[in-house]
Design a protein around this ligand. Structure first.
Ligand code: G6P
Length: 492
């Protein structure tokens, strides 16, 4: 069994003494796949993302590393691809993050951007090379029987006698077709962890690129999405742009004689894992800190990567509007906004972080008093502090412009100490599962968001704990291991 993703389950750092040290990655996909990796022999192919990763990749025997970061793995293994830094930068920053991510999340300021000129076409060439490197590595790995090198282990890496490759996300959209051309015998699944753009927006891409992306994914036998909306948008793009035949009832797309099954596989949270982590001493200490900081006031919490799609600036504008339109909350509420660094190579992200900081400062200046800080913004990464904030939140605000799923919306209610109210954007994939119990908002409607915050703050303890319990149940319905198993079943 082969898995491919741009970011892998471990990353390396190089210490002052020249020693490499390994760190496990986080996030729903990584933790889900790690659960599977512990039980099966799988080979996880990913990109070396930094110089330290490249050093580790070169040092590893046959390029394979075990899940704890040691070279020369038996059992499940990681293979980091040592892609030339320039090729990687164009593929990751130029195409994946600045183009495909912007298209699927509809983030472009269209009067000005995008401009697909000669520089873009050069980056696209690098994106192809980067995808081809993955396809070649997967084909080679299938020859060698997945995680294990020896022919004797061949069976362990195959499902039903055929190797299976599970390719993750927009970074690797071209891989399924490239791999199928090399190895038609491999069963291939692709999974999109993002939304999928509606056809009119997808068609902003140059025609040849739009076709190549769709054809790339249609090289797979199964294409998975986090919710029905994104799956339908993909199928509609295939129909409108490629003229592919779409069978909505049987959830299949047929193109050039090849059939790709379409699947909806929601991703949820492993409740046991999360609750035990949230009970550890470092989290307890931060719960005490935050409780003291709040001083008995109600807490509105938001936790995001500083990411354009997360809509942090409008969220803060809604909090400001709440303090103006409902002045009774002044001095009685505090907003904790934990916005962690993300993709700082891109100027848009650096500017966005600055915009978040500007509006936060304005709010503190405008409303703060000697004994009340209305808003605390933190832009450094502290996972234990995030878990503590989930635990003490009265209201959790999750208001993305667009989001594939959004696991914050699921995690918060699961570890909440007193039951929190979830204010949730209807544009998050999680809305499909949580909309009955959350207070739903249009993320562009600042006034509507302010009103939802007021309603959430005013909700009775009884109602909020009832709703929170149902949100927690919905959030744990599909733990990552099941999400993975469902995809395998659909592929087979
Ligand atoms: C989010 C998205 C994933 C994506 C990931 C990449 O988590 O939901 O679809 O793969 O970002 O993040 P990165 O930090 O690797 O660019």
């Amino acid at each position: 069994m082969l898995v491919a993703s741009n970011r892998g389950p471990i990353s390396f750092t190089l210490g002052d003494n020249g020693q490499l040290s390994a760190r496990r990655g986080g996030g729903g996909m990584v933790s889900g796949l790690l659960t599977v990796a512990a039980q099966a022999d799988l080979l996880w192919v990913c990109a070396a993302l930094s110089d330290a990763d490249r050093t580790a990749a070169r040092a590893a025997a046959g390029g394979r590393i075990d899940l704890d970061g040691r070279a020369g793995a038996n059992g499940s293994a990681v293979q980091m691809l040592d892609i030339p830094p320039q090729t990687f930068a164009s593929a990751y920053n130029g195409v994946a993050n600045s183009t495909l991510w912007f298209i699927h999340h509809m983030l472009y300021d269209l009067p000005d951007q995008p401009r697909f000129g000669s520089e873009f076409w050069r980056q696209w060439e690098d994106f192809r090379t980067y995808n081809a490197t993955f396809a070649a590595a997967l084909a080679r790995a299938a020859d060698h029987g997945g995680a294990n090198h020896g022919a004797a282990d061949h069976g362990a890496a195959q499902g039903g006698g055929r190797a299976r490759a599970l390719v993750q996300d927009y970074h690797l959209a071209l891989v399924p077709r490239m791999l199928a051309q090399r190895r038609p015998d491999i069963r291939i699944a692709h999974f999109s962890h993002t939304p999928w753009a509606p056809p009119d927006y997808f068609a902003v891409l140059p025609d040849a690129i739009a076709r190549e992306v769709l054809e790339g994914i249609l090289g797979a036998d199964h294409a998975g999405f986090l919710c029905r909306r994104w799956a339908d948008a993909f199928a509609t793009c295939c129909q409108a742009i490629l003229g592919a035949e779409v069978d909505r009832e049987r959830q299949r797309v047929t193109y050039q004689g090849h059939v790709t099954g379409i699947g909806v596989h929601a991703l949820g949270v492993d409740a046991a894992d999360l609750t035990s982590r949230a009970a550890q001493a470092d989290v307890e200490a931060r719960v005490r800190d935050l409780t003291e900081l709040a001083g008995g006031r109600k807490l509105i919490v938001r936790i995001d990567r500083t990411e354009l799609s997360k809509n942090i600036v409008r969220g803060l504008a809604a909090y400001r509007e709440l303090l103006i339109s409902r002045p009774q909350w002044r001095g009685r509420v505090m907003h904790l906004a934990f916005a962690y660094p993300s993709r700082h190579d891109l100027p848009e992200y650096r500017e966005y972080t600055a915009a978040v900081q500007r509006i936060a400062e304005q709010i503190v200046e405008e409303f703060g008093t000697e004994d009340w800080t209305p808003l605390v913004l933190r832009v450094d990464d502290d996972y234990a502090r995030s878990l503590a904030a989930y635990r003490v939140a009265d209201v959790l605000l999750v208001n993305p412009i667009r989001d594939g799923m959004n696991l914050v919306a699921k995690e918060g209610p699961i570890v909440s100490d007193r039951g929190c109210v979830l204010v949730l954007s209807r544009e998050a994939g999680a809305a499909a599962e949580l909309s009955d119990e959350a207070l739903m908002i249009n993320p562009f409607d600042v006034t509507g968001t302010a009103e939802a915050l007021h309603e959430a703050l005013s909700m009775s303890d009884e109602e909020r704990s009832r709703r929170c319990a149902r949100l927690a149940a919905a959030g744990t319905a599909v733990p990552p291991a099941r999400w993975f198993a469902d995809q395998l079943a659909a592929l087979d």
